[in-house]
Write a protein that binds this ligand. Structure first.
Ligand code: UD1
Length: 422
């Protein structure tokens, strides 16, 4: 397996372009199953998770060409042929559950392998399933597969028991072709959901309330394939700002939506970094008086759980005390043990993490355990004294397009070594 070798201590400087948003592109690719014909998606990042979801839509009868040089994806749907997504695909990526909405809407049948636990916790799918039931689907669990059946989905009023990005997306995709009006309450307000909604509206769906907790959808008979530009990745954008901050460098992210990263930039400002922004860029500069802060992960527009691990890596280098509270996932601290091996001073009490800044992090052989924990380790290594080798970097390949190339362009000393470790 490939590894990263990073020589820490280089100040990052310069501009880095933000790629298309993984978490918007995934449901949008799946939503293309809702219309026969050719959908063209622009600004699709070339990532392992995108390849996996493309395998999923292919196994359901779609065909595609992905021009990775242009980040342009063509998906052709003649008819949805299959209704089953096998275990091997779901186990690699939980977002495969997204096909349930479009499959139920188009064929009335969906058999999807039940997602298991994952590195960041149990991650149930009960909200997705009770929403489909409320819309008239019968759900059974057979031999590890969720089987959903309906004669026709019907509009309904459904309040989600918790805020879920995945359930909001899945139920929206089901409701656009259902009979009548669906009102979804307690919806996720993430920009990725708004982007999916705008894609569906362009296809002919009737949706109001995007970006609020109450989304109304009036079912239509048919949707049309369209051309659509996926929004920029706010988690990637935040990751590069944090990477610049950890090296006390000066970085500018371009092609971004500043409003989408405002929880992250507010936290960085609170720590003492200087942030500036324009229409589609955000820049960061260091300052001499940095201090610890308190951060609580929350659904959008709060601080994103996906930036909790990267922020913690930065916090280990900030003088004073930082308190980080994780409220979205129950086991999202697998990066802590690795950061401690690099000399970080971190204490975990339930879902609260206390980070005391240390003068220097030091290099150590370390290993990624999931995508964002992986980004945190890269960030720590950029600041650490010495040469750090990071294993299992395939986790970062799931969600960061050309991570090593983008960091190199900013002046980092990072090398991807093919077959460099287990
Ligand atoms: C999505 C993102 C992920 C991000 C997360 C939270 C994608 C592909 N992934 O994941 O990067 O970290 O949002 O912002 O977009 N829950 C239930 N029952 C359910 C569904 C969720 O209890 O049926 C719980 C989860 O366990 C978690 C919380 O709700 O504690 C939020 O999860 P959710 O928003 O659904 O996350 P994902 O959509 O899986």
């Amino acid at each position: 397996m490939d590894i990263y070798r990073i020589k820490g201590g280089k100040k990052l400087s310069g501009e880095v372009p933000v790629s298309g948003a993984k978490n918007a592109a995934l449901p949008i690719i799946v939503a293309s199953l809702l219309a026969d014909g050719e959908t063209i998606l622009k600004n699709v990042p070339d990532l392992k998770d995108i390849r996996t979801i493309l395998q999923v839509v292919k196994c359901l009868g779609a065909d595609y060409d992905f021009d990775t040089d242009k980040n342009s994806l063509r998906i052709r749907v003649n008819t949805v042929k299959n209704n089953e997504v096998p275990y091997d695909l779901v186990k690699t990526m939980r977002a495969s559950i997204y096909v349930m909405g479009p499959l139920l809407a188009r064929t009335g049948e969906a058999d999807v392998s039940m997602p298991g636990g994952c590195a960041i916790g149990e991650r149930p799918v009960d909200i997705h399933l009770s929403g489909f039931e409320a819309m008239g689907a019968g759900i059974t669990l057979e031999h590890g597969y969720i089987k959903a059946r309906t004669d026709a989905l019907k509009g309904t009023e459904f309040k989600m028991r918790g805020i879920s990005v995945g359930a909001t997306a899945n139920l929206m995709m089901a409701a656009v072709l259902a009979k009548g009006i669906t009102v979804l309450d307690n919806c996720a307000r993430e920009p990725d959901i708004v982007d999916l909604g705008n894609f569906l509206i362009k296809m002919g769906a009737k949706i109001t309330g995007l970006g609020t907790e109450r989304i109304e959808i009036e079912g239509v008979k048919k949707l049309q394939p369209v051309t659509y530009h996926v929004m920029p990745d706010r988690i990637e954008a935040g990751t590069y700002l944090i990477a610049g901050a950890v090296t006390r460098g000066e970085v500018k992210i371009t092609g971004a939506t500043p409003e989408h990263v405002s929880a992250c930039t507010a936290t960085l400002t609170d720590m003492g970094f200087a942030i500036d922004s324009g229409k589609d860029w955000v820049s960061l500069q260091p300052s001499k008086s940095l201090k610890g802060t308190i951060v609580r992960t929350l659904p959008y527009p709060g601080f994103p759980t996906d930036l909790q691990a990267p922020l913690m890596a930065l916090a280990t280098t900030i003088p004073g005390i930082n308190v980080i509270i994780e409220t979205i996932f129950e086991n999202r601290f697998t990066h802590v043990a690795e950061l401690r091996r690099m000399g970080a001073d971190i204490t975990i009490e339930g879902n609260v993490v206390i980070v005391k800044g240390v003068k220097d992090l030091m290099s150590a052989p370390i290993m990624m355990s999931d995508l964002r924990a992986g980004a945190a380790l890269v960030i720590a290594a950029l600041a650490a004294k010495g040469e750090t080798e990071i294993r299992r970097i395939y986790h970062c390949d799931r969600g960061y397009e050309q991570l090593d190339k983008k960091l190199t362009a900013l002046g980092a000393d990072i090398e991807r070594i093919k077959g460099g470790g287990l």
